[in-house]
Design a protein around this ligand. Structure first.
Ligand code: FMN
Ligand code: SF4
Length: 441
């Protein structure tokens, strides 16, 4: 009997050879101004060479006011196209697809660049964690950003990539419009679910008008938001339910979306995404220092990250709002099942997957059509190859320690769980391998 993991999956405009996507991840490998470089190509090739057949890269800003952090490559102007074309061509040599994640930060940023002190959002309330300030978008702003998404899709197509994904999840701009907890507008973009969905539906229609119907377009969505998961951040409501998100997905499909990618959590990071076993507050105190100082909640957050007692309060609140280790793998499958029943297009699910038998079962139960993996592939770049060879799990699976996530604000992305390596030197050697071959070759 054939293995469901290695059955091809057919979308309207794209066919992929197996049911595992490399989920969106990238480190600060690119140049400060958002132009791409060799390290980013080296990074993506690690997975293409590990026989991942479809990669969805990280947050790619469609507008320079929509950047979350310097050193992430953008697609906001035509001079970015040659870089993405070069990256796509190298990935394609491994028979791997590349679906660009079109993104806009809105109010949720990590480290603002020199140009824009304030973000743009559906609201003018600062983000509750860091207190990054934002301006409420005017109709003219909305029009400009909708057009920027359409131009981003056009550029991705011109670069020869295989499709685009709208980053409608994890608290970024599209979520800020969709969310009943964040969106406090009184015009036609706020209030009812239909009004809150208007922004993303306009984006989908603008993309279809710009690139036609024969280019793959999918949407990543936080099906359940859990916006009030953290006790000390209960300044806003709980946000959208999976039933509301299922309705949004139906509208998205009617407007021209070819697949849904199910995630969870109204912010990034969120205790449930990426769901971890713990949070290393001592490490946070080093790498999140600049984030804490860039928003307006500096004193509170520095206390959380630096004080022994307050650090413990933060750690406990974060862990309590998450899920136990044994429930991390496939934590969004319930939501994904509900959305799959609501829509006619394939559904991808993200969150904790790293066991072949679990993935097979999810597909067989019709919880999803495919899964995406982030940390398990950071830990084991060749995990898909290992599944193909008959292994159920890697010898040293991802421990969900989330050190990769906490390091990434300051350091190159990679696995930082020393317990998975023979030595600290071996771990750092692997992390730094993204710079080989170097940028000047
Ligand atoms: C370091 C890191 C960076 C991430 N960056 C993005 C991103 O840019 N866009 C996105 O949609 N998700 C991002 N994610 C979330 C992952 O794509 C994934 O959905 C989530 O980590 C759950 O999957 P996992 O358990 O396989 O890691 C990131 C996750 C990590 C750990
Ligand atoms: S640091 Fe390594 S083991 Fe820990 S969550 Fe990240 S990839 Fe997994």
């Amino acid at each position: 009997m054939s293995d469901p993991i290695f059955e091809p999956l057919k979308f309207r405009n794209l066919t992929v050879k197996n049911r595992i996507f490399r989920s969106n991840v990238a480190g600060r490998f690119d140049n400060y101004d958002g132009s791409g470089n060799r390290a980013r190509i080296n990074w993506e090739l690690k997975f293409a060479e590990g026989v991942v057949v479809s990669i969805i890269p990280s947050f790619v800003p469609v507008h320079d006011r929509g950047r979350i952090i310097p050193n992430y490559a953008t697609i906001h102007q035509d001079d970015r196209i040659p870089f993405w074309r070069a990256l796509g061509q190298e990935v394609h040599q491994h028979d791997c697809k590349f679906i660009m994640q079109l993104s806009h930060s809105g109010r949720q940023r990590d480290i603002p660049d020199l140009k824009y002190k304030k973000g743009l959002s559906s609201t003018d309330k600062s983000d509750p964690l860091h207190g990054f300030e934002c301006d409420r978008m005017t109709k003219a702003d909305i029009k400009e950003v909708v057009a920027a998404f359409a131009e981003g899709a056009r550029r991705a197509r011109e670069a020869g990539l295989d499709g685009v994904e709208l980053h409608g999840a994890n608290g970024y701009l599209i979520t800020q419009f969709l969310s009943s907890a964040i969106n406090d507008r009184t015009d036609e973009y706020g209030g009812s679910l239909e009004n809150r969905a208007r922004f993303v539906i306009e984006i989908v229609k603008a993309i279809r008008a710009r690139v036609g119907n024969d280019f793959h377009l999918q949407m990543k969505i936080s099906a359940t938001e859990f916006n009030d998961a953290l006790l000390f951040l209960r300044l806003e409501g709980s946000g959208n339910t999976v039933q509301e998100s299922a309705q949004v997905c139906k509208w998205l499909v009617d407007a021209g979306v070819d697949a849904i990618h199910v995630s969870t959590g109204s912010a990034f990071p969120h205790p449930r995404n990426p769901a971890g076993t713990d949070i290393d507050v001592n490490l946070l105190s080093h790498t999140y220092e600049q984030l804490a100082s860039s928003g307006t909640n500096t004193l509170r957050n520095l206390l959380f990250f630096h004080g022994h007692l307050t650090g413990e309060v933060f750690r406990k609140a974060w862990v309590d709002a998450g899920v136990p280790k044994e429930k991390i793998e496939g934590l969004s499958l319930g939501d994904s099942h509900i959305i799959k029943q609501a829509v006619s297009v394939p559904v991808l699910c993200t969150g904790g997957f790293q066991t072949a038998s679990v993935i097979r079962r999810a597909i067989a139960n019709k919880d999803c059509d495919a899964v995406s993996m982030a940390r398990p592939l950071i830990a084991n770049n060749d995990l898909v190859k290992q599944f193909a060879a008959g292994r159920d799990q890697a010898e040293k699976p991802c421990t969900y320690c989330n050190k990769c996530l906490i390091h990434v604000v300051e350091h190159p992305l990679g696995c930082y769980d020393e317990s998975r390596f023979p030595s600290r030197e071996a771990m750092l050697e692997e992390v730094m391998s993204v710079f080989r071959p170097p940028a000047y070759t």
